[in-house]
Design a protein around this ligand. Structure first.
Ligand code: CA
Length: 474
């Protein structure tokens, strides 16, 4: 198919929207008919992963096309140097008009506010669901209404005032469905019927390292009053209360997703009305996945499947035939180079990852698929979630994780408070990751091979092992 004009780019990025709460991915807990339209008109990526399952780091990787140790955004406390090249700044240099509206969340103030955009209008840090405050070049202001609707309105309004015949790129970055899950009033009655409970809800973490047991992300114990909004009924036993909290949590989470779905629909309808749909690279993704009661948890951070798997749907009918499913491994670091290739704009030489644009166009000269990817969660001093730092490597079949357990920031602990610990999963035999086989003699060879692959992947992206790893791999 011909590519007569440069595509517009619309990236709709949500916060913490797990792929298993998207209809196109077979959700059993909700439906998302409007988001699913992008898959029907384009492509669904079944193995798209975050290289650090945390909000700010994933956003930085998405826009810069680099890993956290390169772009400097390794945790929530490491603001971005916003002068770095991004796919947006590359598009702008090539003549695109560019904008971001919504959640930036990579720091604010001098040097950290968005750069490379003709227009930016962003929430402060996590932002608010109701009557959100925005920061732009004109300073702070409050908008009345619901964030997901307002962000969509502002983005479309900006495009509509552009001069015709100039390509544009707009990032529509929602707060939803991030904690504390406050739905729009119009969705407040949805999902009040019992929501299916995942099979791993009562995971006892028996074969995992101490890391999983220490994490303060359990639905039964760690959702707070702001999360739940109402107190549990009196007299419930532990299991019944856990299920009550699960239902309460999921109702509000899915109601927030319902507004996202409506607003994705508004963007699609608007593109069609303008006659732009076929010539627009429209992407729907989320900065990472989320535990939806899987393993008894909410939140993300861990290198387990539900956390790292990102939904990624992408349409550009003029250039890519509809209805495709891509099963190769792609990551958030790959987005920048992929978008630039689709737009015919050179990537910045600093950008890492791999363009997967050829996967959807079947170009014969595309880069070969990745065998696996490197992951690192850096935030070892988060005393709130207590998910310790770790790194690992995931191939199509196996996943190796190393928890280096350095300086957990907990009372009475210091550097090397615990020895490093390994987990290994055979995703083919154990897709739910319930059986850590790192110390299973039958997997000794796989364990050794995966350690080599991890070291190689770590070195390839320019990262280095933690100081205490030598002691456990000797
Ligand atoms: Ca997030």
């Amino acid at each position: 198919m011909s590519q007569a004009r440069r595509p517009n780019v619309v990236m709709i990025l949500t916060d913490d929207h797990a792929a298993h709460a998207v209809g196109a991915y077979g959700s059993v807990v909700n439906s998302t008919p409007r988001i699913d339209e992008i898959a029907a008109e384009g492509w669904r990526f079944d193995n798209c992963f975050a290289t650090n399952s945390l909000c700010s780091p994933s956003r930085a990787s998405i826009i810069t096309g680099t890993y956290g140790h390169v772009n400097g955004v390794t945790t929530l406390e490491t603001p971005i140097d916003a002068s770095q090249p991004t796919f947006v700044s590359q598009l702008r240099e090539a003549g695109y008009r560019t904008a971001i509206v919504g959640k930036w969340h990579m720091g604010d103030g001098e040097g950290h506010d968005p750069q490379g955009f003709d227009y930016w209008d962003v929430l402060i840090e996590q932002g608010e669901y109701h009557d959100p405050t925005f920061l732009s070049v004109d300073g702070l202001r409050t908008e009345r209404g619901y964030a997901t609707e307002i962000i969509t309105d502002l983005a479309l309004n900006w495009v509509e005032q552009l001069e015709p015949d100039v390509p544009w790129c707009v990032l529509i970055f929602h707060k939803a469905p991030h904690r504390p899950w406050q739905p729009d009033a119009k969705h407040a009655e949805m999902y009040s019927e019992p929501i299916p409970v995942p099979a791993t809800f009562t995971d006892d973490y028996s074969t995992r390292t101490s890391s999983a047991r220490r994490a303060a992300m359990r639905i039964a114990e760690h959702l707070n009053a702001d999360d739940l909004k109402v107190d549990p009924p009196a007299g419930l036993d532990y299991e019944a209360e856990a299920l009550w909290k699960y239902q309460r949590y999921m109702e509000d989470y899915l109601r927030c997703v319902a507004s996202v779905d409506d607003n994705v629909g508004r963007v699609i309808d608007w593109l069609r009305e303008r006659g732009d749909f076929d010539d627009t690279l429209l992407m729907y993704s989320s900065d990472q996945g989320f535990f939806l009661g899987d393993h008894g948890w909410f939140d993300k951070r861990f290198m387990y499947e539900e956390s790292i798997r990102m939904p990624l749907l992408m349409s550009y009918p003029r250039a890519a035939a509809p209805g495709g499913v891509a099963t190769g491994i792609v990551t958030n670091v790959d987005f920048a180079r992929t978008i630039l290739e689709a737009a015919g704009v050179p990537a910045h030489p600093r950008m890492q990852g791999r363009s997967f644009w050829s996967d959807v166009t079947n170009a014969v000269d595309g880069e070969p698929p990745a065998e696996g990817f490197y992951y690192r969660y850096w935030e070892h001093d988060d005393v709130f979630h207590k998910a310790p730092a770790h790194y690992g490597y995931r191939s199509s079949r196996y996943k190796l994780i190393y928890f280096y357990n350095d300086g957990l920031g907990l009372p009475g602990t210091g550097p090397f408070a615990y020895a490093g610990e390994w987990e290994l999963y055979d995703l083919e035999r154990d897709p739910d990751e319930l059986h850590n086989v790192a110390h299973d003699p039958d997997y000794a060879e796989v364990f050794a091979e995966m350690q080599v692959k991890l070291s190689r992947a770590q070195a390839d992206v320019g990262d280095a092992p933690h100081a205490n790893q030598a002691a456990v791999t000797a």
